[in-house]
Each structure stands twice: as C-alpha cells, then as structure tokens.
Design a binder for this molecule. Sequence first.
Ligand code: PHB
Length: 396
Amino acid sequence: MTHMTKGTLSRRKLIKGAAALTAATAVPTGWAIAQAKPLKVGLMLPYSGTFAQLGENITHAIEMVIAERNGKFGGREIQIIKLDDESKPELGPQNADRMVKRDNVDVLIGTVHSGVQLGIHKVVKESGTLCIVPNAGAVGVTRELCAKNVFRMSFSNWQPAYGMGLALGKRGVKKAAWITWDYAAGAESGAGFKEGLEKAGGQVVATLTLKFPETNFQPLLAQIPGLGVEAVGAFFAGGGAVQFVKEYAAAGIKVPLCGSGFLTEGVLGPQGAAAEGVETALHYGDGIDNLKNTAFRAAFKAKAGREADVYAVQGYDSAQLLVIGLEAVKGNMEDEAGLYKAMRAAKIDSPRGPVSLSPSQDVVHNIYLRKATGGLNKVTGIAAEALADPGTGCKV
Ligand code: PHB
C-alpha cells in the first residue's frame, strides 16, 4: 500500500467503499460481514523498562471491561493485539505503523510515554485510525495537534501539576523549585506547576532536570538546600519515582517534596517510609468513596493480584469510552460520525468520579490533593474541580 498523507483517501474510507460495493452485489452485506469479524484493538504500551507496570495495569483493566461484557463491545467480538513500545520515542512511529498497516487494527489504545505518543499521533492522524490515549499527557495531542479520531481518557500533563502549584500558592508558598526528567511530560508538567503557583501568588525560581530515564539524582539533590525554596515539586513516575523519593528522603533535605501524583502512584510499597507525608495532586487517590470505585478496586485486585492505581483507572475508562462509541453505532466502525459523536458526548461513571470530554476530546475531571500516609495516597481535598486542559489551538 502506498504511504497515505492528509488529503488522500483514508484506510477507513477505502474499507467503507469496499463494503458498499459488496452490499450492492451480494448477500450477506459488507456491513454484516464486517460485523461478524472481530474488532481488532491494538494495545501499544510499555511492557518493559521503567514504565512496565504502568502498561500492565492499563492492560489488566482493559481486559476487565472485555470480560465484564462477555468479550463483545456493541455486538462485536474484541480481539486484542499487544505490542511492547518499551517507552522508546525513536521506535514510536514505526511501531504505530506496524499496528495500523500490518496488524490492521481498528482501534489503537496507546500509550504511556509522551514522546512515544507523538509518534503514534502522527501515524493515526494520517491513517484516520481511532486512537484512545490511556496515559501519555503530551499537551499537543489535545491542543494544536488535536484530531477528530484521537480521544484522551487519562490527563494532560498540565492538569495535575497545575492543581499542585495552585494548592501550594493558596497556602502561601512564594518560592518553589521544579525537578524532573528532561522530556515532554516533565517540561509540560513544570509549565502547569508554574502556572498554578503563579496564579496564587508564588514563583518557580529554579528548574532542575536530568535525561529520561536516567536516575543519577545525587548532583541535583545536592543543589536543593542552597536554592532558598519552601517547596520542591517533581514529576517522576514508575521505577524512577521509587528511586527518586527514596534518595530525597535519604539525603535528609528539609524542604517538603510534592508533585504530580505519579510521583507516589502505584509505587508506595517499594518507596516505604521515604514517601510518608509527600503531598501530590492527581485525578485519583485512595479513599474516593463511590460504588464504581469500590467494585473496580476489588475486581482489579482479584485479576492483577495488586491494588488498583491511576493507570488501571485510565485503562478501564479508555475501554469504557470505546464501549459507549461502539454501542451507539452497534459495532459499525464505518459510521465514523455516529461513533465520534457518541464518544464526544460520553459521561463516564469512572472510579475517579465523574468524567466527561472537553471540546478538544481531552478528559475533564477533578484534581484531588493527596498525602502519602501509611502506604496510601489519602485524598485530603480537591485542588481543582472539573478541570479541563485549556486545549489551546485545537479545532476538531
Ligand atoms: C508521560 O510521558 O506523559 C507520562 C509517563 C508516565 C506517567 C505520566 C505521564 O506516570
């Protein structure tokens, strides 16, 4: 197949055309045949490296929704195809291309790492393949690069960090530092933190970075006591977050540590006492008291053998969004207009609380304040209610 660019016939339109031809000449119709075929859902996620557990939890939760619905969404049998993207941005475009062109997936659910997401985004924008983002927060995906076939059920990097900065500023913090990996998620979270803090009268006076996924934190930690700040905000996640929080505590730094909630999410066990008291902001937390969350947590634990976390919630909601779309069109993916309309209007009963979509097809949800206490990220309040990413520059 020749490489398709914007403006040429999309794969979906070609299939639609072929289906119409078949319908005119034979019984059963093309649509009926398409209905009988399983719907291929590609999971392009990290199953190795520092984010491996994140990818696994997203996968477990998607599989839970499939099992709850006896293997079918909108009448179509669901077939899962998995690919380990290793959180390597340089492999993003070719891996996404493989899923779309070789595996012929109908839907691509991926991924975790913002840099890899940008590669996926380029590919799905060209092919017109439906893409649901189950983690990566790269802001461009729902801002200037947004596309009608791309929906995000996780967060934008801006959202949790904005909530954290705002909460600090409101309690009178005037000077803070930001520390992170030097890649899209770290930088965009830093921008959110700064915006929130400035809105409430504070300032970010220093930003410290190291390359992703490096963990040589010592030279950066050594600088913190000399910065004259009242708080240190951070974005790290997965294995890197475990090590960072432990080394921060071991260094005996007196400045309180806080951050985007990924810093302590799903990793409190290995962080142990080092995480005690760390305050973060995120769209999930321990102690969210709703029926959906209680049932979800029990079912996740039974399946995965560990506690649910935000990544599991995002995987669950990504699959819930797909169910809503496919039910509206009775499994007929060729009814693109009907599919996207239903997905855009979705009101999801999520374990995190109420979820809807913004005009740029990004998730709108509460950002909770949490404090790591006795092995739990206990919710202590709401940093920002029904927070939407600004969606700047998006026209879908
Ligand atoms: C990202 O790269 O966007 C990212 C990765 C891991 C997280 C959150 C965001 O926990």
